[in-house]
Design a protein around this ligand. Structure first.
Ligand code: DHB
Ligand code: FE
Length: 281
């Protein structure tokens, strides 16, 4: 019998500098080793779940979309996705194979549930997606997973509410459960942790909030869903509000999960690095 199954959920920050360190093969340098040792643990534990497909919930940072038109939610249904040029050339990572059949199934299921995402036949993907792939799978010749990008607007207000993001995750879960095809799926939520890149509070990092978020995303997501967008901006900074994308991932998981790995490290660049790998009980 064919069966598709969500075998793991991952939440991770997507700091561009980390992509650069990986591309320059500097992960073994003493300043970076403590971070990449942590990633190595996360990677090994995820590999044990042998995922074949990654649904990656990320945000485009003005690479494929612009303020002229910014979709609240978008799903990539292409055969392949190229790394985007973010101003200094695309990252030297392989193109990502898509999974058009599952992606279209998700689109149809979401639209039948009145979620109405933008459907992207071409979607160059920026560091919001490629850095998490490099964190989780290193520097392979070709990626070991097929990729379905799901983009969330956290750039131009009004952004979707935390509750809507969690609801999107629940709808993605129902779509996977109703899919007739095969596949071991990891859902990845990217962004955060607390950071603000501009304005009066530039440089903000709220360790206490980040650590409580890492704990609650596993054990008590309802607490995070009940917070408002303003709460996220106040506690985690304007860009820290990217954390709502972890709620899409969490919504796609069962209510009870266990953390296989959780780590908080930093600061790195303008934020702190959080990573959590979870599986269902
Ligand atoms: C940084 C973090 C981000 O999430 C991002 O999109 C850009 C920059 C940073 O920490 O520098
Ligand atoms: Fe970002």
């Amino acid at each position: 019998m064919c069966e598709s199954k969500i075998v793991a959920g991952v939440g991770t920050s997507h700091v561009p500098t980390i992509g650069r360190v990986i591309d320059d093969r500097k992960t073994g340098e003493s300043t970076w080793l403590p971070l990449f040792t942590r990633y190595e643990h996360a990677r090994e534990l995820l590999a044990l779940q042998s995922p074949e497909v990654a649904i990656v919930v990320y945000n485009d940072h003005g690479s494929s979309f612009s303020l002229d038109a910014f979709p609240t939610f978008a799903v990539g249904v292409a055969e392949t996705f190229e790394p985007a040029d973010e101003g200094w050339g695309p990252r030297p990572v392989p193109a990502m194979a898509g999974d058009p059949e599952l992606a279209w199934h998700i689109v149809e299921a979401l639209i039948s549930e009145e979620f109405d995402p933008t459907v992207c036949q071409r979607l160059p993907v920026d560091h919001g997606l490629t850095v998490p792939l490099s964190i989780l799978w290193g520097t392979p010749e070709s990626w070991p997973v097929r990729v379905i990008p799901i983009a969330v607007n956290v750039i131009q207000f009004p952004t979707p509410t935390p509750r809507r993001c969690f609801g999107l995750g629940r709808a993605i879960r129902r779509a996977v459960d109703s899919y007739a095809g095969d596949g071991r799926i990891v859902v990845v939520g990217t962004g955060g942790m607390s950071h603000q890149l501009q304005g009066g509070r530039a440089g903000l990092i709220n360790k206490q909030f980040d650590e409580s978020f890492l704990d609650a995303i596993v054990k008590d997501p309802d607490r995070l869903v009940e917070m408002s967008t303003d709460d996220y901006v106040r506690l985690a900074g304007t860009e820290g509000a990217e954390l709502i994308m972890w709620l899409v991932m969490r919504g796609a998981m069962a209510p009870d999960v266990r953390a296989l790995y959780s780590s908080y490290y930093g600061p790195v660049s303008n934020t702190a690095v959080g990573i959590v790998v979870m599986a269902e009980e």
